[in-house]
Design a protein around this ligand. Sequence first.
Ligand code: GDG
Length: 472
Amino acid sequence: MSRTIIVSNRLPTKVQRTAESLTFQPSEGGLATGLGSIYRQEGNVWVGWPGLFVEDEAEEQHIEQELSADSMAPVFLTEAEIRDFYEGFSNSTLWPTFHYFPQYATYEQAHWDAYVAVNEKFCRAVLELAGPEDTIWVHDYQLLLLPEMLRNARPECTIGFFLHIPFPSYELIRALPWRSELLRGMLGADLIGFHTFGYMRHFLSATSQLLGHSSQNGQIETPNRTVLVDAFPMGIDYGRFVAAAASEQAQQHEAEYREALRDTRIILSIDRLDYSKGIAERLRAFEVLIQRYPEWREQVSLIMVVVPSRDQVAQYAALKEEIDEIVGRINAQYRTISWTPIHYFYRSFPLEELASLYRLAEVALVTPMRDGMNLVAKEFVASKADGKGVLILSERAGAARELSDALIINPTDTAQLAEAMHDALVMPEEEQVHRMTAMQALVRQYDVFAWTKLFMDRLAYSKIKQLTLATE
Ligand code: GDG
């Protein structure tokens, strides 16, 4: 029987150590939901890091057993590996480069060596499970070398790769000392997926300019194989967000918030702490809004949720300080006894509370400098049952390719962003509903289950194509 093996840096379960025991908490992330129907099927498995450092072999075995009952296989990483492979090469070299922040990128040989070693570790873990006929789906920028490593060891396997972040222009990629190795690593796959055609085009250009491979209609010819490349915009579990927003709990939270806020109109912003998300620029634009349109003072507040992330990487700690400073300054300057311009939360919320914030907000500000897709934009759309509400969306988020009924802005144009907030606040209800229902139809149809199916079907097709070419 042929099996499917999903591989990602993190497993869809977070294992944590408490004083007495280990806890196993399923992750609620979009990827975990979308792939749930696949990896939980008989015989299939998800391979990844469980999120903690193990103390001894007995603990390792215990974790292995627990996870295997839920179709998962752990790859254990050491603290040094997390430092050099994850915080180092993945988040201090690849992440800034792929999000157009080359000034933040470091190029450390030791980080690269760890990246190679950890990709090899993942490869060994997959090979223990994979037979020659199996299908392997590798995810994201932490594992760019894995497809080629697997291909060398299991030439017959069907291998898919999906990149969740942007693939940047060749000019960014060429700055990486290990650019050719990274591209060759990805090309070990039969099918390579991106969120948008733009990212796919950049990838084709990079493989042509750096490796000399020609391509036609999303098909790259390497000396010994054909690799398919395509765009698969990732969706959300639409029904889950509709249900969460309609839940009793979400409605109750919303009522409490409304009362506390005395019906102030709400603009919402939700992100992980990251310089790619344009958080500081968004705050400055909100300040321009209340400077330029004083009539909004005491009428509108910004609720800004920033979820802690990667605080071991220097730029993230600096960004946190910058945000604290801007929020403090704006609130100190404009607040009144009864009105707070910015309600700032540096923590994460349970899903129902998140859903209540989506319900409460009239406007969502999704204004990243760069974002592979951005699922918050789609979740906001799914949560607006009455069709009212306005999405302001950066033209540099992958989601902007699909959600063209949002107010699309350039995130570095502060004046334009402030105007868009004003336009959103005065937009007639009829226009809001018209735009929102068009976006809902799209987000509902191309949900995360459709995304998974499209990718898996295309992967199966890519294999048939390889076999046909081989026998021709
Ligand atoms: C990467 C790419 C791409 C946020 N705050 C809370 C919370 N969240 C959830 C949201 C959403 C998720 O986190 C964030 O997803 P994004 O897509 O916005 O961003 P990244 O984490 O950077 O993800 C991105 C994605 O991969 C998928 O391919 O779209 O471009 O960078 O689902 O709801 N969830 C809860 N409480 C919070 O406070 N429960």
